[in-house]
Design a protein around this ligand. Structure first.
Ligand SMILES: [Zn+2]
Length: 301
């Protein structure tokens, strides 16, 4: 895992505004009949101009107050598991952000629309779950833009200029592009590591332990794992019972897709912003190649 961005990313800062401070369940969600629901404590509107980082280590540490969490789900959507997670979130009248892989959104466009219909925020996670730190620099832009276009096309409605790096693997060139493109770069404060265990109670316990040690943060989960889908109701119950509050992130303005010619054109990074081409590590190259081989390749890592 690599974090690149440094002072330039810090300088970009994170611009956001509190759009709402009332419990969502009581405010808008007529379908919510659970009086003890976890709910949404507030919605934070993110101005993605300049491609701010959200979450540690580069993001504004005061984006979230003590006790606040943001729920994020990566790698989907996929009907079997994403639907279970949507049901669990709806039962607790709470909302999350989904970082969708372009190929998955293309395969299951109805799921993209179901996620949006649930009131959740939708961002993107590259076209094929590529490790941007391991592929040729010239392919980074296409991976990002193809995902945005695919997710937007499947959604048929506005989605957010929110982006998360597969494997949390960014490069100087990818960060520079996201900043110029105005894509918020979502980091991770609390990693559930749900890809390492298929034991829901263990995953919930580990996540709560990490969260309590940190006190707040953006939580990473994956909606492609059945074990995660089984764990989410229990995780939400723990968050509620232990006094944590869910913050829903929304974009100030929707993402705009590029036309095909522009999206597929090489990135014209300003001189001085271009990252030196580095020889990718063999293992990282293999990982990227593997994920390219199958639209669901990363499911089985
Ligand atoms: Zn991922």
């Amino acid at each position: 895992m690599r974090w690149v961005g440094g002072l330039a990313a810090l300088a970009a800062g994170a611009a956001y505004a509190v759009a709402c401070a009332t419990p969502l369940a009581a405010e808008t969600d007529e379908a919510c009949t659970n009086p003890n629901a976890l709910g949404v404590s507030r919605t934070v509107e993110i101005d993605t101009t300049g491609g701010p980082w959200l979450g540690a280590p580069h993001g504004d540490p005061n984006l979230l107050r003590p006790g606040e969490v943001v729920l994020t789900f990566d790698d989907g959507p996929i009907p079997l598991t994403t639907r279970k997670i949507l049901a669990a979130l709806a039962a607790e009248c709470t909302r999350a952000t989904f970082f969708m892989v372009g190929r998955m959104a293309t395969a299951y466009p109805e799921m993209v629309r179901e996620v949006l219909a649930g009131g959740h925020t939708v961002g993107s996670h590259t076209w094929s779950h590529a490790n941007l730190g391991a592929i040729a620099p010239g392919r980074v832009k296409a991976q990002i833009e193809m995902a945005i276009t695919a997710v937007q096309k499947a959604a048929g409605a506005p989605t957010a200029p929110f982006f998360r790096y597969p494997y949390l693997s960014s490069t100087g060139a990818s960060v520079a592009y996201a900043k110029r493109r105005g894509l918020a770069q979502l980091a991770v404060d609390v990693d559930s590591k749900d890809y390492l265990t298929r034991n829901p109670p263990l995953m919930v316990r580990r996540t709560m332990t990490r969260l309590k040690a940190r006190g707040r943060g953006i939580i990473l989960l994956h909606d492609i794992h059945l074990s995660t889908a089984k764990a989410v109701p229990d995780l939400l119950a723990h968050l509620r019972d232990e006094g944590f509050k869910v913050v829903h992130l929304q974009a100030k303005a929707p993402v705009e897709t590029l036309d095909i010619a522009e999206a597929s054109a090489p990135d014209k990074a300003p001189v001085g912003e271009r990252a030196p081409r580095k020889r990718a590590k063999a293992s990282a190259s293999k990982e990227a190649k593997d994920t390219e081989a199958s639209p669901l390749g990363w499911l089985f890592e």
